[in-house]
Design a protein around this ligand. Structure first.
Ligand code: PDD
Length: 278
């Protein structure tokens, strides 16, 4: 495995990061996960522009132009022979002498990229997954992609203990999003609903792409919050993310969603999204 760290491509076992790195001590870091399909980056512009927003919000200077970020991603995927999988990028606020909460006036970032070979259109896309409900206990800036992921790591552990593959997070009586994906429902009368953007959820790049594809087809997407009861009553449920693309949710807690199989709207969304991958 070849990784990129601070200006050089190296074997993963040779990459070294300081124990005083603020990513490690304070989760002071931005990250992005970009899908690679057929050896090509998916929706890369969206990821780079969201990275810029995250870095701005957490006072880390952006060390590269969009073109340089793309070049690093492409080099990394070539060096790893990555055809299908993910590229993980993390930019931390860097390492300094000691553990000072505020840190220096200007940060010198640590930049790490690595590749993850895995099927993106596989059994999950075909057969779907089971979700449970959990309280959303995350911090209030879910609109930026930082590495404050402990609550989500624990959410996945709870899901696994319950025999599920993900969790739908609930706050003030409404679903925010899934553990690491945006959540969608299709109602009995065929309305397609996904939560509106705000600081309560991550503005998913896959979510934006799917909304655009559906609107191109003349279909209406209603962007609003929905309740767990609306999810129970939904005919179809799916999630969108770079990590699992379009994942049908076929069981919610102990109840089947619709007839317990991925439904026609989910299949349409998958088809439209896969077509755009070329
Ligand atoms: N997660 N919501 C949350 C909380 C997420 O962590 C993610 C992505 C999404 C979907 O965003 P996008 O379509 O841009 O991937 C929504 C990535 C894949 C991860 O943490 O691995």
């Amino acid at each position: 495995d070849i990784v990129y760290l601070n200006g050089a491509f190296t074997q993963r076992q040779d990459a070294r990061i300081s124990p005083l790195d603020r990513g490690f001590l304070f989760a002071h870091a931005a990250y992005e996960v970009t899908a690679v399909y057929g050896g090509r980056l998916v929706d890369f512009e969206g990821h780079v522009s969201r990275l810029r927003n995250t870095l701005d919000a957490i006072a880390i200077p952006n060390p590269h132009s969009a073109a340089d970020w793309e070049d690093l991603h492409v080099q990394l995927l070539h060096r790893n022979g990555l055809q299908e999988g993910l590229i993980y990028l993390q930019v931390t606020a860097g390492a300094y002498d000691g553990r000072d909460f505020a840190g220096p006036d200007v940060f010198t970032p640590t930049v790490l990229l690595f590749a993850d070979h895995r099927p993106l259109i596989g059994p999950v896309a075909e057969h779907g997954i089971r979700a449970i409900f959990l309280n959303d206990i995350r911090w209030r800036r879910r609109d930026i992609k930082t590495t404050q992921l402990l609550s989500q790591a624990l959410a996945y552990r709870s899901a696994r203990e319950a025999g599920a593959q993900t969790a739908f997070m609930v706050e003030d009586g409404y679903v925010t999003e899934a553990a690491s994906a945006n959540s969608w429902i299709v109602t009995e009368d065929d309305q397609i609903i996904t939560r509106n953007l705000s600081s309560d959820i991550l503005p998913g790049i896959t979510r934006a792409h799917v909304i655009a594809r559906l609107r191109d087809r003349g279909l209406t997407v209603e962007e609003r919050a929905f309740t767990p009861d609306e999810a129970y009553a939904a005919r179809e449920i799916f999630t969108t993310s770079a990590g699992a693309m379009i994942a049908p949710v076929v069981q919610l807690e102990d109840r089947p969603v619709g007839d317990g199989k991925p439904g026609p709207v989910t299949r349409l969304v998958q088809r439209l999204y896969y077509e755009a991958l070329g």
